[in-house]
Design a protein around this ligand. Sequence first.
Ligand SMILES: [Zn+2]
Length: 421
Amino acid sequence: MHKIHTLIFASLTLVLCSCNTTQKNLKNTVEIPQNTPLAPYMAEAEKIHDDIFSVDSHTDTPLNFTYKNFDVTKDNSKTYVRSCVDFPRMRTGRLDGVFLAAFVGQGNRNEAGNMRAYNRVNQIIDSIHAIVQRNPSICGLALKPSDAYRLKEQHKISVFIGIENGYAIGNDLKKVEYFYDKGARYITLCHTKNNDICTSSTDNTEGKGVSEFGRQVVAEMNRLGMMVDVSHISDESFYDVLTLTQAPVIASHSCARALCNNPRNLSDDMLKALAKNGGVVQMCILSDYVKPSVPNPEKDKAFNAFREKYRNYDSMTEKERANVHEAYNKLEEKYAGQKATVADAVNHIDHIVKLIGIEHVGIGTDFDGGGGLADCKDASELKNITAELLKRGYTKEQLKLLWGGNLMRVMDEVAKKASKS
Ligand SMILES: [Zn+2]
């Protein structure tokens, strides 16, 4: 989940409130013309996806569950503006599994605020379970990698649960186990603001990192076998976590700061430390993390005017809404050229692979939380990333690691460490 993003209709404000050996095979991306079409690589991309397990480690799709015209089992691209992920589009994009984030924005750090956050995350997790229970022929809940591999054989989509913002546990350590038992397999320690666990990359950190309570949270997650997600946390918190954790960690949706200087991204030193820990960084395709955005007052004005014009979206008829969607898509198209592209995003993968090796990188889109590229707008276009990687000389084995093998390795290792403690 991105910081509060403003592109969503005002009437929908509820939404927010977003190895060395393998390296030798890689070509130098600088020499590759970025405008080569991806089409010649698409058939091979699809063939490879048939054989590998692919997973997106972070989407905010549950934010859409509360809207009556959204159905995750149907293609919502024509009926629900801004929606990026549903099962049919995952099929088209060849994505086998997804971590649905149970997200809660940071609010007051007191008893009432903590209770609200806890209830909100519970509600989202219950809605995820309900979807899985209602659709046993299409999907299944994945609690461990072997579940996901079994579901792939059964041609079913794997639904994983992650919690975005440790605010959901407030200051009660027992809630970590409670959420683990409800199926959550990672917790992003904080969101855009500091919380009782640690400081955020986008809050005034004052040089502080993980709190005393946060130290206990990391130990508890290690004990249970729950992945610690370091996306969103401050640099100080990041290094604290790496000192504290007994197991590999993940960054569920972050990019390389060397290519896009954003506090949400990881510096080269951080990436090296992550590799030493055995963890994995899941490249995010939120445009602002991929490529520095150029200020555009005209675009801001156009979107503000759009929001104002369609303030009554919730009370519109289906036909009126269809017109709004068309108008929105036109607006998106008009400014799409300014969004980062698949080639820009794959530059991050190249950079990370060269720096720390293919074993430490994956993909976490942040779809439905602000994620999306000019040429990868939703889950149906994810195979464009594979095609771009093939164009640059990545092999099937490398794609297997990148699309899920690495994250599943970390998940297994975290679980193994837990059983030992
Ligand atoms: Zn996020």
